[in-house]
Structure formats: C-alpha cells, structure tokens
Design a binder for this molecule. Structure first.
Ligand code: ADE
Length: 229
C-alpha cells in the first residue's frame, strides 16, 4: 500500500512544486506515493465562485465557509476513509518528526490548506480536522506548510531515499540533534578533523558522536531533553 496524499487548496497550480523535484518527485512518478490536488473553488455554488465570507462577530479578514469546505472534503475523503484529515494552520499542534514518522507509516493524509483569517470552527469539528502547524510564525496560507509536511513524510517512504541515505541517525531521531560531520581534506584552512574520527576505533567514534549530539542539543534545543511523559 502506498501513501495517498490529497490536497484541498485555492491555489492548485502551486503543486507539486518542490514535491515534483529530486528524490521525492522520482518517488511520485514511480508510484511510491500519490498526490491528488483538488481546487476548493470547484465546490463554490455562486457565479463568482465565492468560498469565504465575513467573520461573525466582526473583525478583519475573511473566513472559509464550512459548507463549501465540507463538500470538498466529502468528495475526496468519503466517510470511512482511514486517512487523517489535516488542516494546516498556525493554531495547530506543532509538527514533530514523531508525527511525521507516524504519518509515513499510515495510508496517507487529506491536507486542507487554509487561507484568509481562518476556517469556520464547525467544519473543523464536523469533519474531525486535526490542525497542524509547521512552526511559530504565520504564513500567507497553508500551501507551503503542506509541502513541508509532505516532503518530511514522503522522504521516509521506503524506496524514496537511496539505501545510503539512512534516516536512523539524523536529527530528532532518538530525541537529539545530529552530531557534526567531516570529510576530506584532512586539514581545511588550518582546521583538523577531530582525531577520534580517523582513529579507526568505532566504539570511540560512536561515544564521541553521542557526546557531541548531547552537547549540541543541550546548547541549542534544551527543550528536546525535557521528558514529555
Ligand atoms: N498557515 C499559516 N501559517 C502556518 C503555519 N505556521 N503552519 C501551518 N500552516 C500555516
């Protein structure tokens, strides 16, 4: 079973964008994962193809109408679809590598790209949308966020990365940032490769890498070291 991604968006022309390039794009054309893009405007009912309206209670911006978004969701993800329905939003739970792994191990995802000020709360509840944020900053819309999520997920699908590109030791796996890397030349602008890495002692190398990863994580991301259970 391959990973099936559905995107609902006001800007279908943005896709596949970067997802069509490099190993992810090769995985897409090889059928290791699939991408279907549905224009939300197709589900508008008036002559002007309106999908939003003014916020109840007043205020700035526009809000996506629940009825139109629900119709789009039901068209791509009928009742019983096992895939999670994600709404890209700065209000969402921050995306983590653990969530990315879980998504990659699943059947796919239905991803809704928000625009405007927001999405009517009732459709979020009625269609069980899981709000996902890619970070504590605000984008103009969810499309780039959806691409970020899909790039992180699809690179973990077996066969997408070459065998040489192991994902087991990279940052966040094991809860740490990755240790520093070195390659030839032996001396670069007066800087040596740390001697332990050229010692041939694999035990010492592993120990050194672990210590470096821990020190870097403590310095840059102490939050990752705090147990969350
Ligand atoms: N849409 C706008 N900002 C976003 C963010 N930070 N994450 C996900 N979707 C967004």
């Amino acid at each position: 079973m391959s990973f099936a991604a559905d995107i609902i968006t006001l800007f279908p022309d943005l896709f596949p964008g970067p997802l069509g390039a490099s190993v992810i794009g090769r995985g897409l054309s090889d059928g290791l994962w699939s991408l279907r893009v549905t224009p939300l405007r197709d589900f508008a009912t008036d002559r002007h193809k309106t999908v939003d309206d003014t916020p109840s209670g007043g205020g700035a911006g526009m809000v996506l109408r629940p009825d139109i978004l629900a119709k789009a969701i039901d068209a791509v993800s009928p009742y019983g679809d096992p895939r999670p329905r994600l709404l890209m939003s700065p209000r969402g739970k921050p995306l983590t590598q653990a969530r990315v792994r879980a998504l990659a191990d699943g059947p796919g995802a239905v991803i809704i790209c928000g625009r405007f000020e927001g999405v009517d709360q009732r459709v979020i509840e009625a269609r069980g949308l899981e709000e996902v944020s890619i970070g504590d900053y605000v984008l103009a819309g969810g499309e780039v966020a959806a691409m970020v999520l899909l790039e992180a997920v699809t690179r973990l699908i077996p066969g997408v990365l070459g065998a040489a590109d192991s994902t087991a030791e990279e940052s966040f796996e094991g809860g740490l940032l990755e240790y520093p890397h070195y390659t030839r030349p032996q001396v670069f602008e007066g800087r040596d490769i740390p001697a332990v890495l050229t010692s041939g002692d694999h035990g010492k190398v592993a120990q050194w890498r672990r210590a470096e990863a821990e020190a870097l994580t403590r310095k840059r991301r102490p939050d990752l070291l705090v147990r969350k259970d």
